[in-house]
Design a protein around this ligand. Structure first.
Ligand code: TYD
Length: 202
């Protein structure tokens, strides 16, 4: 695999989890030493923050939301991601700081650059090396969702903004982003991603 820290991104219901499962099977076949983490979460403290963030029980102000996501991320990076990469493992993350730029920065309207800078502070510039963005129309992705958490149950208009945020990120960081049409055949998409990551079987 041609990178050590890979993120899967996309709006709720874009099919990230299925994709990560496929990649895991492939990496296992290739005997690659890898670890999968998810955001928010991935460490004990971060999973605690995840519960606060996603429960329907709390009313969460957008700034507080953004700070909680970045706190959860700061802990995950220090406790798990950095040591894993330093020990030679590949880390694959289900969401990353780019989710915050799209969801809190653009979706909630806190500001793309402001949330980018907040996260840069939180993770000490430990941004994923490569990002696969599963792009999809929110009307379609939301209809696929079975159970929605607090953020996932927001309105379509919110997810339209989040999608625009993601596409802006892909444009601004085009050398590290691969944008995939999540409505295309999964098999074909998987082939494109595998090739981009240099996952050929020997
Ligand atoms: P997640 O379990 O990742 O859901 P999904 O399977 O839809 O990806 O849920 C995380 C929710 O939190 C999801 O609605 C996206 C949102 N989120 C943010 O708003 N900002 C962030 O920085 C992250 C990591 C997630």
């Amino acid at each position: 695999m041609n990178c050590n820290y890979l993120a899967f991104e996309g709006i709720d219901g874009s099919g990230k989890t299925t994709f990560i499962d496929e990649i895991s099977l492939k990496l296992t076949k290739l005997s690659t030493d890898f670890k999968i983490v998810r955001e928010p979460g991935g460490s004990k403290l971060s999973e605690g923050i995840r519960e606060l963030l996603l429960s329907h029980e709390y009313k969460v102000d957008p700034t507080a939301e953004s700070l909680l996501f970045s706190a959860s991320r700061a802990q995950l990076i220090e406790e798990i991601v950095k040591p894993s990469i330093e020990s030679g493992q590949v880390v694959i993350t289900d969401r990353s700081a780019y989710s915050s730029v799209a969801y809190q920065g653009v979706g909630r309207g806190l500001g793309y650059q402001k949330v980018y800078d907040l996260n840069d502070f939180a993770i000490g510039s430990y941004w994923p090396e490569k990002v696969v963005l599963l792009d999809i129309d929110p009307e379609i992705s939301l209809s696929r969702q079975k159970v929605a958490d607090r953020i996932g149950s927001d309105e379509v208009s919110f997810f339209k903004k989040v999608r625009e945020g993601y596409l802006q990120l892909a444009q601004d960081f085009n050398s590290k982003f691969l944008v995939i049409d999540a409505e295309d055949s999964q098999q074909n998409n998987f082939r494109v991603v595998s090739e981009w990551l240099g996952l050929e079987e020997s």
